[in-house]
Design a protein around this ligand. Structure first.
Ligand code: PEP
Ligand code: MN
Length: 345
């Protein structure tokens, strides 16, 4: 439930609304806006008597959020969320942020070569998994803490920001120390203890859509993070399982405008896991930017044929460079531009 205050509501009137919500045993989230303040009532279990609040001084109207997810909905917050990154760029605004790099961090030589290549092509964030959730327990599981150290090294050398996955609550702290953006993988989308732990942090979280999750389920998972207080959440479309095995997953381009209409949170597109084949990645990256994606997450490897994971969907550096020029041109057509450090608007 949302309590919309009048434009001229005083600080005392807003405070009185907060107090009554707390007295009823719920949490109040005052959200000052450009025009007026709204106060969110968190945790409504259907027993709230709206009429008590409706009659209070300074209250303009009460909005009942109809969706199962509340704080992530556009009803709750009409303005798009903008996530400020440490390099001065912003996710969820005009800029399209490109995050690129290998599926896994494999060695110092590999991650540094990847970092230099994606930076030269214009990416501002380096991706690379140190903790890898693999379908087989016998597959390469990542370099773990050593992988985090190598990402740190790559950031030091290139100035790129780092996005990397946290697989469990035990490893979250170590990942949070190094990552500028913490990735929650598709397989963890419904790991509720992990989502709650991310909610206690203030670092940006990139939440990937589950392997067979509906958009509603994705938004409900994001709600877990916001409910704990972290509003710096971006969603990620990475394809869903379908009956057709021609592609690894079915890349749901429509999820991009759907998420934008249902939620104020930014949405990133991952055409690498979305298709599973490197030749399909650039066309789907172009489609995603055209559809309004706020960023791209793309796998690029200095030597994809020797990659320890996801080589078939990893771009060669020269392919990535071409893709960047193409998505840059598309961004331009729709009044956006690729994020570059120092170009923040
Ligand atoms: C990844 O980004 O390398 C990854 C494991 O992705 P997903 O969780 O989408 O499968
Ligand atoms: Mn991968």
């Amino acid at each position: 439930m949302l309590i919309v205050m009048k434009q001229d509501a005083t600080a005392d009137e807003i405070a009185a609304v907060v107090t009554i919500i707390n007295t009823m045993g719920y949490e109040a989230r005052p959200m000052p806006g450009r025009q007026r303040t709204t106060v969110g009532l968190v945790g409504n279990d259907g027993r709230v008597d709206a009429s008590t609040i409706e009659g209070m001084a300074g209250v303009a109207e009460i909005i009942h959020v109809s969706k199962p997810y509340k704080q992530v909905s556009r009803e709750w917050k009409a303005e798009s969320t903008r996530i400020a990154l440490p390099d001065g760029t912003t996710i969820g605004d005009r800029e399209v942020v490109v995050m690129a790099g290998p599926c896994s961090v494999e060695s110092e030589e590999q991650i540094l070569a990847a970092a230099r290549a994606v930076k030269a092509a214009g990416a501002t964030v380096l991706r690379g998994g140190a903790f890898k959730p693999r379908s087989s327990p016998y597959a390469f599981q990542g370099l773990a803490r050593r992988g985090l150290e190598l990402l740190d090294l790559a950031r030091e050398e290139t100035g790129l920001l780092i996005v990397t996955e946290a697989m469990d609550t035990e490893g979250l702290e170590a990942v949070a120390e190094v990552a500028d953006i913490i990735q929650i993988g598709a397989r963890s989308m419904q790991n509720y203890p992990l989502l709650k732990a991310c909610g206690k942090l203030r670092k940006p979280i990139l939440l990937k859509r589950g392997l067979a999750a509906t958009i509603t389920e994705l938004l409900l998972s994001a709600e877990y993070i916001l409910a704990e207080g972290n509003t710096n959440v971006m969603l990620c479309e990475r394809g869903i399982r379908s009956f057709d095995t021609t592609t690894r997953n079915l890349f749901d381009v429509a999820a991009i405008p759907v998420v934008h209409s249902l939620s104020h949170l930014p949405i990133i597109a991952d055409p690498s896991h979305g298709t599973g084949h490197r030749d399909m990645v650039p066309p789907m990256a172009r489609a995603a930017v055209a559809a309004g994606a706020d960023g791209l997450l793309v796998e690029v490897h200095p030597n994809p044929e020797r990659a320890m994971s996801d080589g078939a969907q990893s771009l060669f550096p020269d392919q990535f460079e071409r893709m960047m020029r193409e998505v840059g041109a598309i961004a331009d057509v729709i009044g956006r531009s690729l994020a570059t450090v120092g170009s923040a608007v």
